[in-house]
Write a protein that binds this ligand. Structure first.
Ligand code: GDP
Ligand code: MG
Length: 354
């Protein structure tokens, strides 16, 4: 150390052994001692923690598709989601009052489809933090009387960037001014070409108001899901994404999670980001208490020690100790990142103040 301190001193840097020096300086000094410096590879500790081996094909079984709705403002995204839930309400078990948990499951022909309430682009950006994708299929809603608008194009770009399959729902076909062919024409310019025009994109004319075409849209979603061969292993520790979370006065931290792999059980130790705990209770989208949640199922969970961030990955662990240690690693890593950010911000400030 004293030799290095001396070298630095010669370069006009007053340092002691406890000083941290930047990479460039270290490199320069090291060269004088005939060493070549290499910057330490930045290891994303959390990404490492979340990393998993590829799953054995034999363990995988078919799972329901997870769908989101995107499109220009006022083209009918909310109305369409409501219409879908309403038309399928008769299929539901008695007492099925939809409760708002940020996602809902509808069934058609005895098969389930999970709809996220989060608008597509938000779902993609918030939930892709660690490369995890929330959605399998995006429903691009385009009003038949309005056609392709700026946010329609944005939605297409977001869906493509996320590698999500697009199904077009031409909405408001009940309107006298509806022009389905014009929408098809306009979307063709974005390489969304309908099957009856020789393309490969599914187009579904619908009306959220009259409910015309809703069942056909749901069937098309299932057909697309079949092509995508969506699968997951239900027999392992659960893992998935936090869709929504808040602090409830009476119930404490409440998080809606989308199970993507494995099965989540009441009593499972879980960690999501800096939060952890044991699943005390689970409630499904129909407000029913459930004991288990399989892949593609959204459930509200109680029992976390703090409110996790939406978009964060949750993992079920073998023990509460594991869950706690996961959360602690996360917390220390976040702190570390904060320190690093502050440092680089400070050095930038220094640069600009000179
Ligand atoms: P969002 O902004 O995409 O969520 O659009 P909304 O669902 O809020 O709908 C915007 C407006 O379009 C509302 O006034 C709806 O009543 C109307 N609307 C939605 N779907 C239909 C439809 O199928 N037919 C007609 N005529 N109006 C619709
Ligand atoms: Mg809306």
């Amino acid at each position: 150390p004293s030799a290095i301190v001396k070298k630095l001193f010669m370069k006009g840097q007053m340092v002691t052994v406890n000083h941290e020096i930047d990479f460039e300086t270290a490199e320069e000094i090291a060269l004088e001692f005939n060493y070549i410096c290499e910057p330490e590879e930045k290891i994303d500790v959390i990404a490492e923690l979340l990393k998993e081996d590829a799953e054995d094909e034999a363990t995988m079984v078919s799972r329901p598709p997870v769908v989101c709705v995107m499109g220009h403002v006022d083209h009918g995204k909310t109305s369409l989601l409501d219409a879908i839930r309403e038309t399928r309400v008769t299929d539901r078990e008695a007492g099925g009052i939809t409760q708002h948990i940020g996602a809902s499951v509808v069934s058609i022909n005895n098969r389930d489809i999970t709809f996220l309430d989060t608008p597509g682009h938000e779902a993609f950006t918030a939930m892709r933090m660690r490369g995890a994708n929330s959605t399998d299929i995006a429903i691009l809603v385009v009003a038949a009387d309005d056609g392709v608008m700026p946010q329609t194009v944005e939605a297409i770009n977001h869906a493509r960037a996320a590698g999500v399959e697009i199904i077009v729902a031409i909405n408001k076909i009940d309107k006298p001014s509806a022009n389905i062919d014009k929408v098809k024409q306009e979307l063709s310019e974005y390489e969304l070409i309908p099957e009856d025009w020789g393309g490969s994109t599914v187009f579904c004319p619908v009306s959220a108001h009259t409910k015309e075409g809703i069942d056909n849209l749901l069937e098309m979603i299932l057909l697309t899901a079949d092509v995508l061969e969506l699968k997951a292993n239900p027999n392992r520790n659960a893992r998935g994404l936090v869709i929504e979370a808040q602090l409830d006065k009476g119930r404490g931290a409440v998080a809606t999670v989308l199970v993507q792999k494995g099965t989540l059980h009441v009593g499972d130790p879980v960690a999501c980001g800096s939060s952890y705990g044991k699943v005390r209770a689970m409630v499904d989208d129909k407000g029913r208490r459930v004991k288990t949640a399989t892949p593609s199922t959204p459930v509200e969970i109680l029992g976390l020690n703090s409110v996790p961030v939406a978009g964060e990955t949750f993992v079920a662990c073998d023990s509460e100790k594991d869950a706690k240690s996961f959360a602690e690693t996360y917390i220390s890593e976040e702190k570390h990142k904060l320190v690093e950010e502050t440092k680089s911000r400070m050095s930038l400030d220094d640069l600009f103040s000179q």
